[in-house]
Design a protein around this ligand. Structure first.
Ligand code: HGY
Ligand code: MN
Ligand code: MN
Ligand code: MN
Length: 404
């Protein structure tokens, strides 16, 4: 095992402390935890021989110069986590990118290299995500800066709090001719590599995703006096909907989740008046996702009629499915084979990533690292030092062989 895996383990253990209290890692964008993490990541980038700066979208960039006028190869992932998430999702890709550059030493490359630590991929604090990659790709919608978090803080103000600048972020679009491509190393967050007994995998495509905000509106009433047949129980409607979403996903062979649900008035002796919930749909093909989303309409109508409720919905987010670049994939596959002695597992990504937005700027490719038990978005998320060491070796090998 290369020492790089051991160094990665220690660094990730350290940066996991840059978190709110509570189980696992909670490091949301533009917070004091994010600021603490930036200081640590800057050290990683300096150790890799990079000059660093924070761009206006809150992305920390470590740059290693290449030949004059050469394009730049981007390597990165996100620094933020979900609430009480794991210590590897996102940040591991930043750490391993820095270590591969460190391992490379002063070997000449035909390109410049930038390591990118994006501020916000999870979209947990604000109802948007991917600000950093979208700024670089020139696809950032300025409206996102007016969005507010649960405490009413404007995104623009939170961004300014760590030294970013909304107006400046709108001017960060890179010239595609100057970008050779984008690589993202990421924990698999699923069970496939473990089942295949493989440390590393090369990603074929990244699933598309859409999110809906749904309200089931019934009528509050006394839990003791209203007969069952006369109720308009919002939670009964929501319960039917949760089951219907599950069954729809199984039928369409896609993934759909009711992840958040809020009952009001949420008291023991009142019939629920209203339930607010989210529905998230993911699929490797956008047509499959659209078909499943369209099937929700009649489901809402049937449940509303059956339970005497009204159901409203709003699509709040969508990201198209993205294929990874063949040439970059082939380079990663050769590198994985060189360091592991076996052709890599090739698999789709059910999770979305910063790469999903970078594809609007340049060719992208992803290297997955085995995830114990396929557990992620959970404090138990784990990648072994050995597998991380192999990922660093593979990325170093990729860079050594890279012809631009
Ligand atoms: O939700 C996702 O797929 C990613 O982890 N944000
Ligand atoms: Mn991630
Ligand atoms: Mn995640
Ligand atoms: Mn990502």
């Amino acid at each position: 095992m290369s020492d790089w895996g051991e160094i990665a383990r220690a660094r990730l253990e350290r940066i996991a402390q840059a978190s709110e209290e509570g189980p696992g890692v909670t490091r949301l964008p533009f917070t004091s935890q994010h600021r603490e993490a930036l200081g640590i990541i800057e050290g990683w980038m300096h150790a890799a021989g990079c000059a660093t700066h924070l761009d206006a979208a809150g992305t920390l960039i470590g740059r290693r110069e290449g030949p004059p006028g050469a394009p730049t190869l981007l390597i990165g992932s996100h620094q933020d986590s979900v609430r009480h998430g794991g210590a590897f999702d996102g940040i591991m890709g930043v750490a391993l990118g820095c270590l591969a550059l460190e391992a490379l030493g002063d070997a000449a490359l035909p390109v410049a290299v930038e390591i990118l630590a994006f501020a916000d991929e999870e979209g947990v604090r604000f109802p948007t995500a991917l600000i950093g990659p979208r700024a670089l790709a020139g696809t950032l919608d300025p409206a996102v800066f007016e969005m507010r978090d649960g405490a009413g803080v404007r995104l623009a103000d939170a961004l300014a709090g760590i030294g970013g600048d909304a107006a400046g972020a709108m001017g960060l679009a890179r010239d595609p001719a100057q970008v050779a491509g984008y690589l993202e190393l990421h924990i698999e967050q699923g069970p496939v590599l473990e089942a295949e007994e493989a440390a590393l995998g090369v990603v074929s495509a990244i699933s598309g995703i859409e999110r809906h905000k749904v309200a089931v509106i019934g009528e509050a009433g006394h839990a003791g006096t209203v007969p069952m047949g006369l109720r308009h129980d919002a939670l009964l409607g929501a319960a039917d909907l949760v089951r219907a979403v599950h069954d729809l996903a199984c039928e369409h062979d896609i993934r759909a989740t009711v992840g958040a649900l809020d009952v009001s008035p949420n008291v023991v002796n009142a019939i629920p008046a209203r339930v607010d919930l989210t529905i998230e749909i993911r699929a490797a093909e956008d047509t499959a996702r659209a078909k499943a989303a369209a099937a929700l309409g009649p489901i809402y109508e049937a449940i509303a009629a059956r339970t005497g409720t009204e159901i409203t919905r709003e699509k709040t987010y969508a990201q198209a499915a993205q294929a990874c670049d063949e040439a970059l994939r082939a380079g990663l596959a050769r590198a994985v084979e060189a360091v592991s002695g076996r052709a890599p597992v090739v698999l789709p990504s059910g999770a979305t990533h910063d790469a999903s937005a970078m594809v609007d700027l340049c060719p992208v490719a992803m290297l997955f690292v085995r995830c114990r038990g396929g557990i992620s978005h959970n404090p138990a998320e784990y990648a072994s030092a050995e597998d991380m060491g192999q990922a660093v070796d593979a990325l170093t090998e990729f860079l050594r062989a890279y012809q631009g």
